[in-house]
Design a protein around this ligand. Structure first.
Ligand SMILES: [Zn+2]
Length: 235
């Protein structure tokens, strides 16, 4: 009888261990880079595979901060993702693409921005060779896999054509780029910006997520879907 009980306890422990493994949450590290203070995200799970979203790093010092963090935590970057092609969100893409041998992934509708790279480079005093076009395209509904985790791509134009968000349903957060901020929304006065389109994106793609989903914007502090539904004065 004692033996059966012991076997039962061990089996319970084993299966709860398996369950825990499957419920492992992703971890997020946020950096603020370049003069626009863009939020750059490193997200990983217990496999140590990670994605980098919106590589804003723009100096040797910022490159070092990011690569040192990844090395110190034993992480393996497997995807290099971009929410949209505004210059402040892509400044580190070339460096990281070469350093980790990754493809830059973004939505194809952002083409006007990499098509006009020379104009953007001149405007912001950046070397045009440091701005690279995407190597692969993401579409609405795609699942971005890394480790045993997944981020769903939501197409959310209005701030800029080609804007996408990355939604982690399991861990209940969304990386929102410049679409939705804490009590604010993305500006719509830049090329391809459109308030009505932006509002539609937020209403249909973000405000249909559960209220307790955390929103990590491209600039500034995090918020939640529920808080913005009630408190955002621009919607
Ligand atoms: Zn932007």
């Amino acid at each position: 009888m004692k033996k059966i009980f012991l076997t039962f306890v061990l089996l319970c422990a084993f299966f709860s261990f398996l369950c825990c493994k499957n419920n492992e949450m992703t971890q997020i590290q946020i950096f603020q880079f370049n003069s626009f203070q863009v939020n750059t995200f490193v997200i990983w799970d217990d496999t140590k595979e990670c994605v980098i979203i919106d590589a804003g790093c723009f100096s040797e010092a910022e490159y070092d901060v990011l690569t040192a963090f990844i090395a110190e935590h034993g992480l393996k970057p497997v995807r290099l993702l971009t929410t949209h092609y505004h210059i402040d969100h892509i400044l580190g893409n070339k460096y990281l693409k070469d350093y980790y041998r990754l493809s830059v992934e973004a939505h194809q509708a952002g083409k006007p921005f990499w098509g006009d790279a020379s104009i953007w480079a001149a405007t912001f005093g950046v070397n045009q060779d440091d701005l690279v076009a995407p190597d692969a395209y993401l579409q609405d509904g795609d699942e971005v896999k890394f480790g045993h985790s997944s981020l769903k791509v939501l197409y959310t134009p209005g701030h800029a054509d080609g804007s996408i968000c990355f939604y982690n349903k399991n861990d209940r957060y969304v990386i929102a780029g410049d679409v939705l901020f804490h009590t604010s929304i993305g500006r719509t006065d830049l090329p391809t910006g459109n308030y009505d389109v932006l509002k539609q994106s937020i209403m249909e793609k973000l405000f249909t997520l559960p209220d307790d989903v955390t929103v990590y914007p491209g600039h500034g502090p995090k918020t939640t879907i529920g808080f913005e539904k009630v408190n955002n004065p621009f919607l």
